[in-house]
Write a new protein. Structure first.
Length: 326
């Protein structure tokens, strides 16, 4: 998300911010952060505990995507919250600033590509299962974005020969210096944001068309139900992903190629923070699409409700007996 700053004309967002706007954004993000993290931890717990969830390979990409967004919520977002609370990065040191930039670039780009990989794998699981039937074919695409972009951003953020002048009063300290170079910055933004978003759109559209077409050819009701479940799970996550990131990317394209001042103030004050909605809401969308976990949670809640009334009924006679003896 920090790369969205470098695609525009620079703007001093700290001059536009007020204590009220910072307080509103801080309060909203904090109120969403804790439930989101708890929901993610619940899903991870049941994924480790339930062997039937781990046995379904199509769940692995979802868990990887969720884990990446969980890291955004628990590792990157806290620094943003500190920035909003104090009005600048605190402590205002170079090491924290470059760490903030690296974590933001790396986690968001990995999340974008993990969404694209999840869409591709889901399409292959439904229509070309033989292409992902081995461990190598299944796990390599999941590990590739993390490894490749970990190396990519380590080189460009820490070792690229450019003058790194951080502004501690700006969100993400105004990003990495290499991102402001026309060729490298544009190529990096296209590779890290535009291509994975376009890939997600194309694969999901193809999936919908293919499923609708196959519906009239599949006579087995059970097969159709499984296919519908796999598709609906992916589409719910993709809808959240695209509804937030696609407009932000389109606005950035307009500023890059048509009008540099297009919604530049709104982008600095609001749109860059709207991007946090995806990692914050992702766990709840994933939870809804995993009925095995929902069933376990409901069972645990019903068991607690069933035990508590029995305990209360046992305690009432004891209190009566004590009063009788007194």
């Amino acid at each position: 998300m920090a790369k969205s700053i470098a695609t525009n004309d620079t703007i001093d967002s700290s001059a536009l911010e007020t204590p009220f706007t910072r307080r509103v954004k801080f309060s909203f993000l904090v109120s969403c952060q804790v439930p989101s993290a708890l929901c993610s931890l619940t899903i991870f717990y049941y994924f480790i505990r339930l062997s039937e969830l781990r046995a379904k390979k199509h769940n692995h990409a979802i868990i990887c995507l969720l884990f990446c967004n969980f890291l955004i919520v628990t590792v990157e977002l806290p620094i943003t919250l500190v920035y909003l609370y104090f009005g600048q990065l605190t402590p205002a040191v170079y090491s924290l600033c470059i760490y903030w930039v690296f974590v933001n670039f790396f986690l968001y780009t990995t999340s974008f590509w993990m969404m694209a990989v999840t869409s591709i794998q889901r399409y292959l699981f439904i229509f070309h299962r033989n292409l992902v039937n081995s461990h190598f074919k299944h796990y390599t695409p999941l590990a590739l974005p993390t490894i490749s972009y970990g190396i990519w951003y380590t080189v460009f953020i820490f070792f690229y020969p450019c003058q790194q002048d951080f502004d501690y009063t700006q969100l993400w300290c105004m990003g990495a210096c290499y991102a402001y170079e026309d060729v490298i910055g544009t190529v990096d933004w296209i590779l890290s944001s535009v291509i994975p978003i376009l890939t997600t759109i194309v694969i999901n559209v193809l999936l919908i068309i293919r499923v609708v077409y196959q519906k009239y050819k599949i006579q087995h009701i059970h097969t159709w139900r499984i296919t519908r479940k796999l598709v609906s799970q992916l589409l719910s996550i993709s809808l959240l992903f695209l509804s937030i990131y696609l407009p932000i990317t389109l606005f950035a394209l307009i500023r890059l190629w048509i009008d540099p001042s297009f919604l530049v103030t709104e982008n600095a004050l609001y749109f860059l923070y709207v991007g946090y909605l995806v990692p914050l809401l992702m766990p709840f969308i994933c939870l809804i699409s995993l009925p095995e976990i929902v069933k376990k949670i409901k069972t645990a809640c019903f068991c607690n409700n069933a035990i508590n009334p029995q305990q209360q009924q046992q305690q009432i006679p004891m209190s009566i007996v004590r009063r009788h003896h007194i």
